[in-house]
Design a protein around this ligand. Structure first.
Ligand code: C5P
Length: 218
């Protein structure tokens, strides 16, 4: 019996990370934040002064990333980079390196290694379509771009980081466009995925809906 996977894909800043990690906690399963791997790759490339379009060099960096997610802390070569990978600059870089086929190939096996008993909840753009096509439950989670910009704005302000809603809107639109137009593993709702629009939903309601779908098939 293969280890069950719940795939939660969707747009940037849609809340899928929060929903996915809470679903994982409720089920007592492992959690994979696949976007963090692309963000770590962008950060490591930046630190090595490698351009985000240098496919061979960035793929080499992705293949050799020294990462550790123990205890919910994201470490790159031992250093806590949880905040560094969430900056707007690295968010943009992540979506650039994610468009490179060799980088996606380098991260594929690393992502599949997270699949361990009793189960895995994975969040990203291509969890259901490419990385775990045999997922028991697939969810495509999104929200209007305006509400996503507002939520990101609130998060940044709470962290004491200055931000403008107008600039965040532009950034999110650009990233949506790049993530959905790229040739490899573009973000898209697959036919077998449930659509969850969280524009008017609380986190608790969204989590309950996903758990409901999971319980229906298990
Ligand atoms: O989900 P998150 O916003 O952290 O992802 C950062 C970037 O990594 C996204 O903009 C997307 O380009 C890329 N990504 C991806 N495939 C995934 C997860 C993230 O291409 N499975």
């Amino acid at each position: 019996q293969p280890v069950p996977v719940v795939a939660i894909d969707g747009t940037s800043a849609s809340g899928k990370g929060t929903v996915a990690s809470r679903v994982a906690a409720a089920l007592g399963w492992h959690y994979l934040d696949s976007g963090a791997l692309y963000r770590l790759t962008a950060l490591a490339a930046r630190r090595a002064a490698v351009g985000w379009d240098d496919e061979a060099a960035v793929a080499g960096i992705a293949a050799n990333l020294d990462v550790d997610f123990a205890g919910g802390v994201t470490r790159l070569s031992g250093e806590d980079v949880g905040d560094a990978i969430r900056s707007e600059e690295i968010s943009g870089g992540a979506s650039r390196v994610a468009a490179l086929p060799a980088v996606r190939a380098a991260l594929l096996f690393r992502q599949r290694a997270f699949r361990r008993p009793p189960g895995l909840v994975a969040d990203g753009r291509d969890m259901g379509a490419v990385v775990f096509p045999d997922s028991m439950t697939k969810v495509f989670l999104t929200a209007s771009v305006e509400i996503r910009a507002e939520r990101r704005h609130k998060q940044l302000i709470e962290k004491g980081i200055a931000a403008s809603i107008a600039a965040l809107l532009l950034d999110l639109r650009e990233r949506d466009e790049r993530d959905s137009q790229r040739c490899v593993a573009p973000m898209q709702q697959s036919a077998d995925a449930e659509l969850l629009d969280t524009t008017n939903l609380t986190i608790a309601t969204a989590v309950a809906q996903v758990l409901d779908w999971v319980n229906k098939v298990s």
